[in-house]
Design a protein around this ligand. Sequence first.
Ligand code: HEC
Ligand code: HEC
Ligand SMILES: [Ca+2]
Ligand SMILES: [Ca+2]
Ligand SMILES: [Ca+2]
Length: 483
Amino acid sequence: MIDRNAFSQAAQKIIDTPQLDAVFKAGDFTFRSNHDGQGPLFNNTSCQGCHIKDGRGQVPASSNEAMTSMFLRVGDSLGNAEPTYGDQLQVFGTIEGQAGGVLAKYRGALDEGQAYGEAYTWVEYETITGQFSDGESYSLRKPIYKIKDLAYGAFIDDVQFSARVTPHVYGSGLLESIPEQSILAYADPADSDKDGVSGRAAYTTHPITGERQLARFGQKAVTGSVLQQIAGAYRGDMGVTNSINPDEPCTSLQIACSEQAKRENDKHHDGVDLNNIDLAQVEFYNRTLAVPVRRGYDASTDVWQAEVLAGRAQFFAANCHSCHIPRHKTGSAPGSALGDVDLVSIKDSRTNITALEQQIIYPYTDLLLHDMGGACIVTRESVDAQSCDESEQQCVYVQRCDGLADGRPEGEASGSEWKTPALWGLGLVQTVNPKATFLHDGRARTIEEAILWHGGEGRAAQQAYINMDKSQRSALLAFLGSL
Ligand code: HEC
Ligand code: HEC
Ligand SMILES: [Ca+2]
Ligand SMILES: [Ca+2]
Ligand SMILES: [Ca+2]
């Protein structure tokens, strides 16, 4: 289905099995729903609010519009959480008697003891220009992130930010089922084949079994499973505690947040905000959302369009496939670590999800970390962009970066490493959400701009693109659009 619902289909084997289809639909419902116990701090009220139609979020249209489907992570240059604000800036807070989310107010949580949103964040773009080898020019928008209205006081001096726009979720279960060994086969951390591309595996600890496992979700590869990812999202993005993340997203320095959390728990009395049945259903839903079918060929004759074939050749000639590995084969897909779930209960058993097993898939990713180059500087500025002293007036924190770097290490990734994203479904991104854009922070308005931002290990591929003539560039874009 090539329409706005292109990312919202169940895998066929799920549709064909009524019991599984029922769990998929229940998970879909919960994915779209607001929850009891949401807050005291949050970025959005539902999964779907960010993963718009199971696809991407979007950058706000103006600086007056709060970020709702993107956010800024926060921390220091060594990868530690910010002591007061934790690892993410939640722009909404919860205040008794005020409906909906409450935005940040400068010193509001300190002076009034109320759980305001933590800070107001926005982005401004600067235009930078460049030229293809054939003389045609291009322009890119370079983001400058700004943060004001800090409700809980100043940040530490060495504060770093990482803007993230919401990625798509379909195909997650297939990516989860690629055997670790198949991914490790592509890692070349010391670049021993000297092609300028290394690729490093990141690891994490399974939240239930405690096993060390390859990290493959999140834009810096910090979580190892769909379950770990979504349990973190419930807590960090929505303030919905669960069996895996039982604590509200308040740090010990955020008294107003903890006080509000106590008031909420007085109301709910059931330990955590979300039960495991809902959590496991949403996990199942995310794992079994299907990848849209390829376009770019004549369905009646099965013949590929000439331009798509030519673009595919350019993709390999530019060495894009050294990171965007086209083909993988999934292995086994054990059921949820929480246990098998149906509509009303959860059992101790773990039945494999056969729809995800032994599948040949074309995600175009190695799921490894790559140094994409660049560096960032954070300054404190007054409203008129002069330097600023927080003891006298409110400062605006400003992050400027060269290249794709964010300057904020996370998990095992450095401040300039990113996980290669899957390219499947790329051509339908703006069909599903016309406001969606590309790269980790949505700075690229088009697929072409995303390619032009590649630096570091991706520099040679970017240069190859710049050196292509116009017909070669169009062909490559036609190929990417058919994925
Ligand atoms: C406030 C916006 C927001 C909300 C709400 C949200 N997400 Fe996300 N989601 C993101 C962002 C941003 C990322 C990338 C995170 C990163 O880079 O570490 C992400 C990543 C993911 C991924 C991993 C994608 C990948 O391939 O790496 C999955 C799966 C996911 N979210 C599912 C969910 C589910 C399920 C919910 C509801 C419980 C949810 N998300 C709620 C913004 C959101
Ligand atoms: C060194 C590894 C590497 C190479 C080589 C590489 N990429 Fe990427 N690519 C990445 C990483 C990592 C990202 C994510 C960067 C970010 O979000 O900041 C990315 C992002 C993208 C995106 C944006 C995807 C999205 O979901 O928004 C596109 C499109 C893309 N690459 C296409 C290409 C093409 C085409 C080539 C060859 C000309 C190429 N890449 C070469 C690693 C690579
Ligand atoms: Ca809560
Ligand atoms: Ca926070
Ligand atoms: Ca190499």
